[in-house]
Design a protein around this ligand. Structure first.
Ligand SMILES: Nc1ncnc2c1ncn2[C@@H]1O[C@H](COP(=O)(O)OP(=O)(O)OP(=O)(O)O)[C@@H](O)[C@H]1O
Ligand SMILES: [Mg+2]
Length: 445
């Protein structure tokens, strides 16, 4: 893959001169890889549109470096700026369609900028693009005869019809209701994925954050470093996780680490997860959530391996119920839930005490239902509570059957406790993610 289509370094920007000079962007640095969808969020006036127009070569860069599609924009000649602009599709909050032209004629405008195809070709490609955004039947309508969402879709078709290398969108859903907003971004994403287009999208619409590969946050002209840090500083971890398509694959890689290596990796991931919890009040980063989920599964398995247990599993505790969140045969099991106080895990959730049992079937608290369901035979068991940062018990971790047939020792207990603190942080950040997603999917919020 070539150089990143967007690379911004040490970018400063100010409006006004002399005493009226006001700096808007401070030392912005970021890199957006080809084909990635990046959302810029941030409060009104934080500089989002300014940043977008700088990247789009619509405004002259004053200080720092803005490399877009292989060209340095700062100090670039007009012809260079023009050439870069031509390769970008723009979508603005107001759709900027021409009222006197039909939908298909508006879309044709997106092609005229690029080259000089004949009129028949123009019409065919424009009509095709309108079909792609679901407006094949509306080619001859004028903007005034279309709904807000339909108009915005025409704008998207116009932005994408010239097959731009990059799409810059400023609040494309601002004037749309929930479902048309969702449809507009889904189309955008779909088309972009097909063409490998890089997308930079400014929004404070929380309902669409989940289409992003990455979310960056601007506040008072400064980019928050969280997601960049994940990508840039933690290449190793991200590579490890991202390249592992399935849980098994990742688990196998993690299997190769020794205890020290594993502890290191876990600490890294824990730090990221911790930071994630700190900023996710605004973010809903699906990609990161997927990685965490994979990681959680792989790490739980790895724990079992390191502690020479046959299995490890995790339960989440919520509203007085435990639910099995990570387990070897979770898929075949279907949902497993039971109240706090029942079973060993339930007893641990209730008391907050670690429980170590040498012979499960001899303990009256042990619930054999899951064993019956899986055909597994639990013998020894080590079960401990996971507390969140406020000290509340929100999960329970469990090791089953030491491989050598011996009961779990107090040494096992200590090592398990050490690792589980990290796993707890990851688990907690997933909880935060899931809660955020539930919020953004349900209700009218
Ligand atoms: N052409 C301009 N001249 C002077 N000041 C400007 C100009 N454009 C923007 N500003 C100021 O720069 C700051 C950032 O503006 P910008 O439009 O980038 O914010 P934004 O994050 O896009 O906000 P919003 O979410 O409301 O669209 C604001 O304080 C704004 O008043
Ligand atoms: Mg703006």
């Amino acid at each position: 893959m070539g150089a990143a289509p967007i690379r911004v370094e040490g970018l400063n920007h100010a409006f006004g001169k002399g005493r009226l000079r006001k700096q808007i962007l401070f030392d912005i640095s970021t890199e957006i890889p080809e084909g990635e969808i990046v959302i810029v969020t941030g409060p009104s006036g934080s500089g989002k549109t300014t940043l977008l127009t700088l990247v789009g070569a619509l405004r002259a860069a004053q200080e720092g470096s803005v490399r877009v599609l292989g060209e340095e924009l700062r100090g670039a000649r007009a012809a260079v700026l023009e050439n870069v602009r031509r390769r970008i599709g723009f979508i603005f909050q107001q759709h900027n369609l021409l009222g006197a032209l039909s939908a298909v004629q508006n879309v044709e405008l997106g092609l005229r900028v690029g080259g000089r195809p004949g009129p028949a070709t123009l019409r065919r490609r424009a009509a095709h693009m309108l079909e792609a955004v679901g407006l094949g039947e509306r080619c001859d309508h004028r903007p005034g005869q279309l709904s807000g969402g339909q108009r915005q879709r025409v704008a998207i078709a116009r932005a994408l019809v010239g097959q731009p290398a990059m799409l810059l969108a400023d609040e494309p859903t601002a004037s749309l209701d929930r479902s048309s907003g969702r449809e507009v971004v889904e189309r955008m994403k779909h088309l972009a994925r097909e063409e490998g287009t890089t997308i930079l999208l400014v929004t404070h619409d929380n309902r669409i954050l989940d289409i992003a590969d990455r979310i960056v946050h601007l506040e008072d002209g400064r980019l928050s470093t969280f997601t960049d840090a994940v990508v840039a500083n933690n290449r190793h971890m991200m590579d490890l996780l991202a390249r592992s398509r399935g849980n098994d694959d990742l688990a196998r890689r993690v299997d190769g680490l020794d205890e020290t290596g594993f502890a290191q990796l876990l600490r890294q991931l824990t730090n990221e997860a911790q930071r994630f919890i700190d900023v996710t009040a605004m973010a809903n980063d699906r990609a990161f959530g997927g990685l965490l989920r994979q990681g959680l599964f792989a790490f739980t398995r790895k724990l079992a391996q390191l502690l020479d247990a046959d299995r490890a599993s995790l339960f989440l505790v919520r509203d007085g119920m435990l639910s099995l969140a990570v387990a070897e045969d979770l898929d075949s099991l279907g949902p497993v839930t039971f109240p706090v106080g029942t079973g060993i895990a339930g007893a641990v959730a209730a008391s907050g005490e670690i429980v170590r049992i040498d012979d499960a079937y001899a303990d009256p608290r042990f619930n054999r239902a899951v064993d019956r369901q899986t055909g597994y035979r639990t013998r020894s068991l080590l079960c401990l509570p996971i507390t969140n940062r406020d000290g509340g018990i929100f999960a329970v971790a469990q090791l089953l059957n030491r491989r050598d047939g011996m009961p779990f020792s107090s040494d096992d207990e200590q090592r398990f406790t050490g690792f589980i603190a990290s796993i707890g942080v990851i688990l907690e950040s997933l909880e935060v993610l899931d809660a955020g997603r539930a919020r953004s999917q349900g209700g009218r919020a």
